[in-house]
Design a protein around this ligand. Structure first.
Ligand code: PLP
Length: 369
């Protein structure tokens, strides 16, 4: 099956008892045990498994071309499951430009727990590998600078040193990038973003190429840690996934038009969008992605105040954090990330939604002038 078909059919079947074409939401936390000791369809208790979550996990695994997936109640709890499946004393290599929440999770929680972490640019990864290194974590395209990491190169380094690889692929989605097909072990998603697509569910997922011992640890952490999405959240996520392939095409079409417009605007110092030929990693992006998604960062000429003035003046672009919904959002990123941010003070991050591109352009044009 091709991706549009997978998004609608993977994990899905007509409900046998009611004939419902769309999957009923199974709110029950507990499931009948039969006299022989077995359970119908293997469900015992919803923290361990639930029909809606199983359907979601099946669909996510299929979208990434993977064997298995584990759904979590947020992107952060998905990342935490990977880090806590390592052992105290293990060393992790993470990117310099990393989603600030994940960096804070490493610095404020995992370092206390005695995980060692180094933040490196992609080119410096190999020299930072130590005897206790276990995992290379990458995020591409990165947040908020839209840097591209060479996934094939990371796989070859990891294979040489026997390391686990995990890619936060939230910005790209499986529509534009499939790290597992390029040799990655794990893919992480904040399904809060594009996968759900409607800014009304918090969720995360770890998708694993193999149903191997390390994934078993992640699965065990999901069961025992209990940071699982509710059946209703799973239902909404599946509903979002059905339109993911088409939404992503439209997000990228709009973003490309806006990126070109912004690049030629006199009030803009720089545009970060991997689909532009001016992006330093455009060729690399083309070699490992089939599209460039809907996220753009811009440097507004002048200082922080000039940038914030723009975000204060847009109407269609709502000033808010997060991304990947049908509505366009604009955000002054440095002030959201906190004191230790490395993000330029005049940077605005745009999540380009599914409105008409010309309306969005006009909105930005008015705000910029
Ligand atoms: C939002 C986000 C996360 C965290 O996901 P939550 O659902 O907010 O916990 C991780 N990585 C990236 C790239 C994100 O955009």
């Amino acid at each position: 099956m091709k991706i549009e078909t997978i998004a609608i059919h993977a994990g899905h079947s007509v409900d046998e008892t009611s004939g419902a074409v769309n999957t009923p939401i199974h709110l029950s936390t507990t499931f009948l045990r039969h006299p022989d000791g077995n359970y119908t369809n293997g469900n015992v208790y919803t923290r361990q498994s639930n029909p809606n979550r199983t359907q979601l996990e099946t669909c996510l695994a299929a979208l990434e071309g993977a064997e298995v997936a584990a759904a979590f109640s947020s992107g952060q709890s998905a990342g935490l499951a990977v880090f806590q499946s390592l052992s105290p004393g293990d060393h992790v290599i993470a990117p310099v430009d990393m989603y600030h929440g994940m960096r804070n999770l490493l610095n404020q929680i995992m370092v206390e727990w005695k995980l060692e972490v180094n933040y490196c640019e992609a080119n410096d990864i190999e020299v930072n590998i130590k005897p206790n290194t276990k995992l290379i974590w990458v995020e591409t395209p990165s947040n908020p600078l839209l840097k591209i990491t060479d996934l094939r190169k990371i796989v070859s380094i990891a294979n040489k040193h026997g390391l686990i690889t995990c890619c936060d692929s939230t910005f790209a989605t499986p529509i534009f990038q499939r790290p597992i097909e390029l040799g990655f072990d794990l893919v992480m998603h904040a399904s809060t973003k594009y996968l759900n697509g409607h800014s009304d569910v918090l969720g995360g997922a770890i998708i694993s190429k193999k149903n191997n011992a390390f994934f078993e640890k992640i699965r065990n952490f999901q069961h025992l840690g209990g940071a699982v999405p509710s059946p209703f959240d799973c239902y909404l996520l599946l509903r979002g996934l059905k339109t993911l392939p088409w939404r992503m095409q439209a997000h990228q079409q709009n973003a490309f038009k806006l990126a070109q417009f912004l690049e030629n605007h006199p009030q803009i110092e720089r545009v970060f969008y991997p689909g532009l030929t001016s992006h330093p990693d455009h060729e690399l992006a083309k070699s490992q992605m089939s599209g460039f998604s809907g996220m753009i960062s811009i440097l507004v000429k002048g200082n922080e105040q000039n940038a914030r003035n723009v975000a204060n003046k847009t109407h269609l672009f709502t000033q808010a954090t997060s991304l990947g919904g049908v509505e366009s959002l604009i955000e002054h990123r440095a002030s959201v990330e906190g004191d230790d941010t490395l993000t330029p003070r005049n940077l605005l991050r745009l999540s380009v939604g599914l409105e008409n591109a010309e309306d969005l352009m006009e909105d930005l044009n008015v705000a910029l002038s």
